[in-house]
Design a protein around this ligand. Structure first.
Ligand code: GCO
Length: 444
């Protein structure tokens, strides 16, 4: 076999509550900032919302059966905070808690390891109304919620992911206004960035005091940042973006300090004991990586940083993201060489393509298979050079609500017809079935 992985390598797939569950206001669930944002006209392509999504809330047994058919070792999902605490705090909602109980039991019945993420962006609106992540109290409200969830399911769930991509949530939701809660303010971005970091450390400390049984990690979006041109201006812009996007979360978590480039920006929100609180040892790091970031200097943009277009003729996915497998290799090598080679799981990697059903109702998504193969090759190359990688989760199990893009972008191994909720495994589903069974693949 051309590309082979160790026998204990974990093969998974990932989703997120708001992107697949639907039932946005059912069985006592409260309103999240993504319910608010998607119900605000002009925010989401085509006016799409997560009101129904893949209706996973009602179809989860069917979806778990498909995961079993796929042969998944692990399934990464997130709990909707407002399903468990409709207002974010206070009295828990029994029906919401029961849903995740049933999902976890269904997974265990099929011998699929549940990997639970406490937060994949769907903050309770009631807490946003109190300032959300800009408010330092969020850190304690989140820790209370995470501790409740860990104690509710921790007898069966052994892997917890604390936050999903805090760096992306801070930037897109609080600086660029492209994601919920739709803020575009530098100090809101800075405060949210720091409070996400603080929350990660506090939850780690709280959960360690509750059990030594659990494997605790958190999920970061790590994309290497390259200057568009080798000019001083572009290289400086790339360095600053790397500090804002990657190092502003990596350095406090793994080194107990903020990067020089951003330390002064954060000084107004960092309090004495914070950096010690943040740098609590984790059992693993989740790395989400899709492509690289190409950055150029642009005096008219915030921080004089702008994203450059991929080089002419680049191969692109339906998101117009450059297919650049080396990005995943570089992200993994960066952790090995600059952050003490922590245990890593690739917790998201995948691609959106224009998937169409052929006359026989099949989807031959060969471009996605090729994308996944090339990125797994990059993972294997990094591992052969000593990177400490223990598993890989495809984003995503199902086509789903792709945030501001709505349902226009399909990342799933399984096609979802949103009118009928019919699930159709794509060719990549069968390909991944073989990869999991063989622990590797021959290049196509
Ligand atoms: C995340 C991602 C997912 C996206 C995927 C494709 O932060 O984990 O935003 O929710 O759907 O990365 O963009």
């Amino acid at each position: 076999m051309d590309i082979e992985f160790p026998s204990e390598f974990v093969w998974g797939a990932a989703t997120a509550s708001y992107q697949i569950e639907g039932a946005w206001n059912e069985d006592g669930k409260g309103q999240s900032i993504w319910d608010t944002f998607s119900h605000t006209s002009g925010k989401i392509y085509n006016g799409d919302t997560g009101d129904t999504a893949c209706d996973h809330y009602h179809l989860y047994k069917k979806d778990v059966a498909l995961m079993a058919e796929l042969g998944l070792h692990a399934y990464r999902f997130s709990t909707a905070w407002t399903r468990i605490f409709p207002e974010g705090r206070g009295k828990p909602n029994r029906k919401g808690r029961d849903f995740y109980d049933a999902l976890i039991d269904q997974l265990l019945d099929q011998e699929i390891d549940p990997w639970l993420c406490f937060y994949h962006w769907d903050l309770p609106q009631a807490l946003q109304d109190k300032g959300g992540w800009q408010n330092r109290d969020m850190v304690y409200w989140f820790a209370d919620y995470a501790a409740f969830v860990a104690e509710a399911y921790g007898d069966r769930v052994k892997h917890f992911l604390i936050l999903n991509e805090p760096n992306v949530a801070a930037l897109l939701g609080h600086m660029l206004g492209l994601h919920a809660p739709g803020k575009s303010d530098f100090m809101t971005f800075i405060a949210a960035s720091h409070h996400f970091n603080l929350a990660t450390g506090l939850v780690t400390e709280r959960l360690r005091s509750l059990s030594t049984e659990w494997q605790l990690g958190t999920v970061l979006n790590l994309q290497p940042v390259h200057p568009e041109k080798d000019t001083d201006e572009d290289m400086e812009a790339a360095e600053l973006f790397h500090a804002l996007m990657n190092r502003n979360v990596l350095d406090p978590l793994l080194k107990g300090q903020y990067p020089n480039e951003t330390e002064a920006m954060l000084s107004s929100v960092v309090q004495d004991d914070d950096l010690r609180q943040i740098a609590q040892p984790l059992d693993f790091l989740g790395v989400n990586c899709y492509t690289r970031m190409l950055i150029k200097s642009d005096k008219k943009s915030p921080f004089s940083i702008a994203q450059a277009s991929p080089p002419k003729g680049s191969e692109l996915t339906a998101m117009n993201w450059e297919v650049y497998p080396k990005a995943l290799y570089e992200s993994l090598k960066n952790l090995q060489e600059n952050y003490g080679n922590p245990r890593v799981f690739v917790t998201e990697n995948g691609a959106a393509y224009k998937d169409e059903l052929n006359a026989r109702g099949e989807i031959s998504d060969t471009a996605r298979i090729r994308y996944l193969e090339r990125h797994l090759e990059a993972v294997k190359e990094a591992m052969e050079e000593g990177a400490n990688v223990s598993g890989y989760f495809v984003w995503s199990l199902l086509d789903n609500f792709e945030w501001a893009e709505g349902y226009a972008k399909r990342f799933g191994l399984i096609h979802v017809d949103y009118e009928t909720q019919k699930r159709t495994p794509k060719q990549s589903f069968s390909w991944y079935q073989d990869v999991i069974r063989e622990q590797g693949f021959d290049r196509s």
